[in-house]
Ligand binder design. Structure first.
Ligand SMILES: *Cc1c(COP(=O)(O)O)cnc(C)c1O
Length: 396
């Protein structure tokens, strides 16, 4: 049975009438960039995210860029980023002329290791970007403590974690900024590129609002140099139709993740990871030993509400690509997020030294595989994934 990585056509078909009405309303309004539709979405999103303010922007990448620009980060400054994340986290730092410093991650929650971050702070460090990878919050307490101790701007990259919680708080509300993405593969999936920036401080919010529109502070008066980071009215109107459903979609994702844990966890050679293994320390050397688990399942920490942007397993013994191919042969699409740590990207050659000892990031890049998981997934689809994995474990 073919299993896609997401099924947006199914998701949107269920909302067809409301989406059509929103599209017609915007079409007839004659107003296509920013305006009332964007403001309505910003207000609804800020309420959902329990954030003081939210600005609709052109993408998650641009949300990161505005945060860095608003914090006045540029040449000569260093910004701590996890080595294992989507490119935009580090790319946006380089785009403002600052230097990304690559911090290793935890092998269990996949997020920034606060202890490694502490060793990489220098007098030039100005900011820290905490990514909530795959929909699970990073450990914000130690990261926020580090930011306070060294007067760093704390930016949360929430692109994969819309609606996730850390110790009861929504992600994006602890940091100075929270950057969200509505790229169609994210948990609140837009209809093209779109993003959102949450901002804690009121003065900063005004600054970000200006930066979003070329730094414009009056009619064709520019106090700052910003960019075109505006959100379209159509995106906002369509996203506003979907927003009330996110909580139910996230619950459906959580149920699918629990079902994977139950079904895959029962197979031989599969390790059910526990939170107590999170020590933010290098991976155990047992991975090359014949008795070591062949697959490791992801784990949601009890203090987090994980929204399962991806259900990412680890495949040991250099066998990840073989399992991926085995699944693809049955039309089950399992992406690799991500095959290279940032410090191994060719474009970061000149700044890669900070990541030279990031052994966890390197190992994860070779082991991770994201299994299909989306709210509309059926039991039959999920069972097809599980049985394909069972067959592979039997045969290999
Ligand atoms: C998707 C993503 C981004 C970028 O968002 P876009 O809307 O695609 O620009 C940034 N960081 C992470 C971790 C992401 O997954």
């Amino acid at each position: 049975m073919p299993v896609p990585p997401v099924d947006l056509a199914a998701q949107n078909a269920a909302l067809q009438d409301e989406l059509d009405a929103a599209w017609q309303r915007v079409l007839r309004s004659g107003r296509y960039v920013l305006g009332a539709e964007v403001e309505a979405f910003e207000a609804a999103a800020a309420t959902f995210l329990e954030a003081p303010a939210a600005l609709g922007v052109s993408s998650g990448t641009d949300a990161l860029l505005i945060a860095l620009m608003a914090a006045d980060i540029g040449p000569g400054d260093e910004v701590l980023v996890p080595d294992f994340t989507f490119f935009a986290t580090g790319g946006s730092v380089a785009r403002v002329g600052a230097t990304p410093v690559f911090v290793d991650v935890c092998p269990v929650c996949f997020n920034m290791d606060a202890r490694d971050a502490a060793t990489k702070v220098t007098p030039r460090t100005r900011a820290l970007i905490a990514v909530h990878l795959y929909g699970q919050a990073a450990r914000l307490d130690p990261l926020a403590d580090l930011a306070v101790a060294h007067r760093l701007t704390l930016i949360e990259d929430c692109a994969q974690a819309f609606g996730a919680r850390y110790k009861g708080e929504r992600v994006g509300s602890r940091g100075d900024f929270g950057a969200f993405s509505f790229y169609p593969t994210k948990t609140l999936a837009g209809f093209g590129d779109a993003g959102l920036l949450t901002v804690r401080d009121e003065e900063m919010r005004a600054r970000c609002q200006a930066l979003r529109n070329h730094g414009q502070t009056g009619v064709y008066e520019h106090a700052l140099i910003g960019g075109n980071f505006r959100l379209d009215a159509l995106q906002a109107a369509l996203l506003n139709v979907k927003l009330p459903h996110v909580a139910a979609w996230n619950s459906a994702r959580q149920r699918r993740a629990e079902r994977y844990e139950e079904k895959l966890g029962a197979l031989p050679g599969v390790h059910r990871t526990s939170e107590s293994e999170c020590a933010c320390r290098p991976l155990s050397g047992d991975d090359h030993d014949g008795d070591a688990p062949r697959l490791r399942l992801p784990c949601a920490y009890a203090h987090n509400e994980h929204v399962w942007g991806s259900y990412t397993i680890r495949v040991a013994h250099g066998r990840r690509d073989a399992l991926r191919q085995h699944l693809a042969d049955q039309a089950i699409i399992a992406p690799v997020y991500y095959p290279l740590p940032l410090s191994a990207q060719p474009c970061f050659r000149d700044v890669a030294a900070s990541g030279a000892n990031n052994v966890v990031s390197r190992q994860l890049a070779q082991e991770v595989l994201s299994l299909p998981l989306f709210p509309e997934m059926t039991d039959a689809q999920q069972d097809a994934v599980v049985s394909a994995i069972a067959t592979w474990l039997d045969a290999s």
